[in-house]
Design a protein. Structure first.
Lengths: 297, 297
DNA sequence: CCGCATTGATACCGTACGGATATGAGTGAC
DNA sequence: GTCACTCATATCCGTACGGTATCAATGCGG
């Protein structure tokens, strides 16, 4: 019984995402008929129907839903293998650290300085990225280790918490709410977050598709009252702005800064970085409780 | 830049494991020359040397080591996708539960009975397997959920602890040590465990390659004094044997029975089983503290 | 020191499979 | 009923994968 091939998975994911053979074929840079045949062969190979097609619409079967999910993770794993092997073969090895700009609690310089003194240290290459970028980079092998705030999708990653701190809400200084010293979630009803979701936790649909905003853009939108924003205390402290007030919110889940890396990593350079990160935060008296042990054989 | 293909990864893993092109080719059911060429093409594609070969021996480069690890997980992910899709397409859906025989703290019947009453329940198919079998089955899609004791390699799995209980050591009843009510690790110096490792925690190399032993075999070996064995308290209670004494050992790490499932699973049947498992153990007054929250986006 | 055995690399060839083009067939819209 | 749309089928072609034959390099024994 021969194996599934990467090509088949790529084809299937394209069709399952587009739900349209023509567009999927275009996206894959090929003609539609061979794509149809490939999907048919895949279904025959699995002995399972993946797509229900009429001439007017294409839908996923339950088995197709399952395969779409698993195929994505399998494709991630394959391209991660490819990227990591490429990187491991480079003559100048580097430690690729993915992080969100400014989400380092101000400890990045100290961490890098301490890391340089490590035995197993490699030159560090910083990869600044937006929301979700870090995790994606770790998963597909573009980064070796990441610094990022919870919550995030930690599937396939090992995680070590570094610092837990309360989150504040950023408001226009002129906002009536800014007169209060502490807010309650209900006070923020009707306000939107940068990703378009409701700020009071109600499950209203996003007002617009989440765009990628940088810090300056967010602060500007906060200043003009378009949005409010939750951010860790340390980040607020580093961005004092006259037009913006930072206020605590009752019951707002705190944010934890963590260092994360791919579970299968055995790189000494990564291990050294994690060790250094922990000790830097511990030395600064900011350390979190030890992370729960998860069994390894 | 085209993708890596599953075939290439399979070939590379075979060669990297055998460190011998001829044997690897035989294992793959093909001739040696095309295998050599495939590996060369793979190295060219990656732009990275993976194997150092002389005519007398083959060795992995550092990049090869990295790829071997990542390729194995990628291949696991691919065959898991295949297996799960096949299973999801079966007209009679089942919940495939992997467990170690008798490592259920005696709660299996209650769990199954409670599970049957669940809304999302499917017929349960039990898969009894030896050490490490459960994890492998979860990872490559042969099982949907597993019941097994820590520690184990939990990469890629979500885990929910059910019951933590002390482990005891099984000794021949006639052993002088059996006269004591509690032992210390040092008392077991020189004794071997079923997997051939030293029972006192010293890092002596295994005396023989770990064989797969079933319970009856292990008990027999304990009775004749060949080995000692650590086992959870509940398991000892279910196997009272006149020729065997069970004694607590100071500082012996307890065993935790957990329910585990693939992280990417979204199956309601699995979720229901996990919920039932937790509640059965909770109702029995054996529940463990809640597992640590791990962030999910 | 020189064969000989071992083992990976190279050369060459046939075939099977993946992809393109052309066309058919079913379905919903007007 | 006709047209537009979309997926399936038929057929052809090129490439790339695998097989056989052979070479080249290395280590070992006589």
């Amino acid at each position: 019984m021969s194996d599934l091939e990467v090509r088949q998975l790529r084809y299937f994911v394209a069709v399952a995402e587009e739900l349209h053979f023509g567009r999927a074929a275009e996206r894959l840079g090929m003609a539609q008929p061979p794509l149809s045949r490939a999907i048919r062969d895949l279904e025959r190979h699995l002995g399972v129907g993946l797509l229900e097609r009429t001439t007017r619409q294409v839908r996923l079967t339950p088995a197709g839903e399952v395969l779409l999910r698993d195929a994505r993770t399998a494709l991630d794993a394959v391209s991660a293998a490819e990227r990591r092997a490429r990187h491991a073969g480079q003559p100048v090895r580097t430690l690729r650290l993915a992080l969100k700009a400014d989400h380092d609690a101000g400890m990045l310089p100290r961490m890098l300085a301490a890391y340089e003194r490590e035995e197993a240290a490699l030159p560090v290459e910083l990869q600044l990225g937006g929301r979700g970028e870090q995790v994606a980079a770790l998963r597909d092998g573009r980064a070796d280790v990441a610094l990022l705030p919870t919550p995030f999708d930690d599937r396939g990653l090992d995680v070590e918490p570094l610092l837990t701190e309360p989150r504040l809400v950023a408001l226009p200084a002129a906002d009536p709410l800014a007169a209060r010293t502490e807010l309650r979630p209900a006070d923020l009803a009707g306000r939107l977050l940068p990703d378009g979701t409701a700020a009071d936790g109600s499950d209203a649909p996003p007002a617009w598709p989440p765009r990628s905003l940088d810090l300056a853009q967010i602060f500007n939108l906060v200043e003009v009252g378009s949005i409010v924003w939750f951010l860790p205390e340390s980040l607020a402290r580093r961005h004092p702005r006259p037009e913006i007030a930072y206020r605590p919110v009752a019951d707002l889940a705190p944010s934890t800064l963590v260092v994360a890396w791919p579970r299968e990593s055995r790189s000494p350079a990564v291990a050294a970085f994690v060790r250094v990160a922990r000790s830097v935060f511990a030395d600064a008296g900011l350390s979190s409780p030890a992370s729960p042990a998860s069994g390894r054989s």
